[in-house]
Design a protein around this ligand. Structure first.
Ligand code: AMP
Ligand code: MG
Length: 491
């Protein structure tokens, strides 16, 4: 097979990667193929599943592939690691999609690279299917995300606590440039490479800034803006990334690196599921603040480019980083207004945000399911409050809040049915519920049964639509499941 690769990173950024080959696998079989995404990329893949398995395992790469392992650093749980890099991933090539957007095609789990740091370079099937499920759900929910193109079971075992079936994931991203990519060269004092990387990132993600005088500061601002928007989307859906290290934060503003991530069930700002996040650094409610912290690390890496005078550079960087809370608030207000069924009215900004925050404060003590709480608010917009009331223990508090909200709604002309329909496009019926994700991954990796995985994907492809036959996917896990639920790092 021949793909129309155009490998700009490999061409333009020597010193930012090493050329490397995927390790051969003994028994590749194709377990997931994203035909919709392949079409978006203009790939004609055909139906020879043996050939596709050979290709997406790395045994027989498409023509034009130039596999490379990218180098990057990163702050992991607050501590700086000067060299991480693609330990088990390879950038295979870049494609320009049907919309003219450049997309990376990369492997994850294709064997150790010089950056493996003692790791085996492999991935287990379960975590790779998890990346498929959550990534596709995020895409269908309308959140910027990397996506899975294919998963191949390799036919070999990978050893974690127990032997597990191995897999290789093919991932598509707007780029794999991370905050950590800049930190790597900055920490080595290699300003020239930081500059080249920044100019490359600008050409790729913010082409309007290319060649302008103030481009590096404006680029920092553009990355900040994308992250502020992304955090507002995550928070509106109850998504918890779980490992927001700077090497897992994309310059392109996509959600990337689905490891120990999870969707919140009952609303709790302190919710954390990751087994490696014992301190709760990456808890649900902390995510916007962590994004700002990570952006400050990017700003530090860019300082020498921002101005010749370093005091001036620091002032410039601080101005951008200090704007994050305001920009986040702006995006949050837009997300919350859509969820509350309200139109934008500048004079109501403060009141509408309070209305949203007061609603969330009601959810916590009643342990309301975050997704269903919001979804049933759409029913309340049409005068049917009983599905919502069933979720609450403190009914007088709910009623007091509903009165405020209804008064605010009454200030607008929208008919109740119109408002409810709009709210149902902002408040999904389905999210990937943790017990169903686990059920699907367990069936696939322990019993080689991909039925539950496929049905889950089918359900999550249309998350805003209430469809008969999919009720099971909208039902929360038992409280005991959620209390004991713990995700492990995506290895
Ligand atoms: P992550 O937490 O998945 O974002 O990974 C952090 C770093 O560890 C990256 O540099 C990965 O390439 C590397 N890494 C994770 N798992 C493995 C593995 N099994 N073998 C080699 N490197 C790995
Ligand atoms: Mg990572």
């Amino acid at each position: 097979m021949r793909f129309a690769f155009d490998n700009s990173f490999a061409r333009e950024l020597p010193g930012c990667y090493v050329k490397w080959q995927p390790q051969r696998v003994p028994g590749p079989s194709l377990v997931f193929l994203n035909r919709g995404l392949a079409d978006e990329l203009g790939l004609q893949l055909g139906h020879d599943t043996t050939a596709l398995a050979e290709m997406f395992s790395g045994n027989r790469l498409p023509e034009g592939a130039e596999p490379i392992a990218q180098v990057y650093a990163g702050h992991q749980f607050g501590n700086f690691s000067p060299q991480l890099g693609d330990g088990r991933a390879l950038l295979i090539g870049e494609l320009v999609d049907r919309l003219g957007r450049r997309r990376d095609m990369a492997f994850k789990g294709s064997g150790p690279t010089p950056f493996a740091r003692g790791g085996d370079g492999k991935a287990a099937l379960g975590p790779m299917l998890r990346e498929v499920v959550i990534g596709e759900a995020m895409h269908a929910l309308g959140v910027p995300t990397t996506r899975a193109l294919a998963v191949v079971a390799t036919g070999e075992s990978v050893y974690r606590e127990t032997p597990l079936p191995g897999a290789n994931l093919t991932r598509v991203a707007l780029s794999h440039l991370r905050v950590g990519s800049f930190e790597y060269h900055a920490a080595r004092g290699d300003q020239e490479r930081v500059r080249r990387l920044a100019d490359y990132a600008i050409a790729r993600h913010d082409p309007a800034l290319a060649g302008t005088e103030a481009r590096y500061g404006d680029f920092l601002r553009a990355v900040m803006e994308r992250q502020a928007a992304l955090m507002a989307r995550w928070m509106g859906l109850g998504f918890i990334h779980g490992v927001m290290n700077t090497d897992n934060m994309s310059i392109a503003g996509e959600t990337i690196d689905y490891g120990p991530c999870a969707f919140m069930e009952t609303y709790d700002p302190k919710a954390v599921f990751s087994s490696i996040d014992r301190g709760g650094r990456y808890a649900y409610g902390k995510q916007p603040g962590i994004a700002q912290w990570n952006l400050a690390r990017l700003a530090e890496a860019l300082l020498p480019l921002l101005a010749e005078d370093q005091d001036e550079a620091v002032a410039l960087a601080m101005a951008v980083i200090n704007d994050f809370p305001g920009r986040y608030r702006h995006h949050r207000l837009a997300v919350m207004r859509a969820k509350l069924g309200l139109a934008a009215r500048a004079e109501e900004d403060g009141a509408d945000l309070s209305l949203a925050e007061d609603w969330l404060a009601l959810l916590h003590p009643s342990r309301v399911d975050f997704t269903l709480g919001w979804r049933h608010l759409a029913d309340a917009a049409e005068g049917n409050c009983s599905p919502l009331r069933e979720h609450f223990t403190d009914l007088p508090a709910l009623d007091a809040w509903l009165t405020r909200w209804q008064a605010r709604c009454a200030a607008e002309a929208a008919a109740p049915a119109t408002r409810a329909a709009a709210m149902r496009l902002a408040n999904p019926w389905l999210i990937p519920r943790n017990h169903l994700v686990e059920e699907a991954l367990t069936a696939a990796s322990e019993a080689n049964d991909f039925g539950p995985f496929e049905r889950l994907l089918e359900a999550l492809a249309r998350p805003y639509e209430e469809r008969a036959g999919f009720e099971r996917f909208a039902t929360p896990a038992s409280a005991s499941f959620t209390a004991a639920y713990c995700t492990f790092c995506g290895t």
